[in-house]
Design a protein around this ligand. Sequence first.
Ligand code: MN
Length: 351
Amino acid sequence: MGNEACDLDSTVSALAMAYFLAQSSPAPGAAFVPVLNIPRADFALRTETTFLLRDRGVPAASLIFRDEIDLGGLHHAGLLSLTLVDHHVLPGADAALEEAVVEVLDHRPLERERGPPCRVTVEPVGSCATLVTERIAQGPPGLLDRTTAALLHGTILLDCINLSPAAGKVTPRDVACVALLEERFPELPPRDSVFGALQAAKFDVSGLTTEQMLRKDLKVISGDELVLAISGVYVDLETFLLRPGLLQDLDAFCQARGYAGLVAMTVSFDERHEPTRKLAVFSRCAGRWRRRRRRPCTCSPCPAPGPAWAPSPRATPWRPGRRCCPSCGQRWAARGPPGVPRRRWCPRPPP
Ligand SMILES: [Mn+2]
């Protein structure tokens, strides 16, 4: 079972590890089940994973998600042995499953010691899929098939930013595993095309509903008075604001989950892969938020879809020497918008 983010690394590590154990384990009658640690309803949000599995002919119907298997019940019946991949600490809600953990493979710093008989492989490599590949390579020969190899190959390339040393994620062991997979399966597509396709799929939200877009990269913060949602949205702000039925969708999203408001942090990439980030704030009580702002936006606004939008007071990250409209993030020439004193509109650095 992978971690609760259930990214490509967690998914492929769980699939490949379960496949390897099923092929190599001497335990008679044991079933090895890769568990994707999200509800099935969230699978569509993992666009790079749905892309790679579809590309490799693994049907979504064959996968088993966390809401489709009763791990607590299996453990209670004494039938569960759990291998954790891409994480090694179970969340509090799963504390009862701790005793069932027999093995961990992870690539982040060890937060929690585990003694024998639990087998622990925690190594600082770029991708957990590298550790799974090494594990399979050390096992009986001939276990690696073309589909598993392609899944592992794509995952390591995506996690290690196409093995670019400049990105600072890749280690010599990741490079060695990619080379090993390519040596055994020369028909694997070239690295650049695999990485490019996965990177594009990761940010491709075109097939998602607004609700799915908002859930894809969602964080929730709460204080004494209100609960606020912050969603990373992978399209440019103008495109997002022009989505049909956006206001109704945002309203339904906030109402259903009890959010007082939503901050949409959009990020889009230009031809040179440079990101542009903008913020928009939605709230049913936007009037109250607006009154708290020191002054209204004086530049031409983004196409706000309705009165419930409150432009954010700090629309872009502050950068020295770069002046942006604090409401919509539009960049101004050196003097700023006409007629507005500089100290009133130039965003201050964050504390
Ligand atoms: Mn990982």
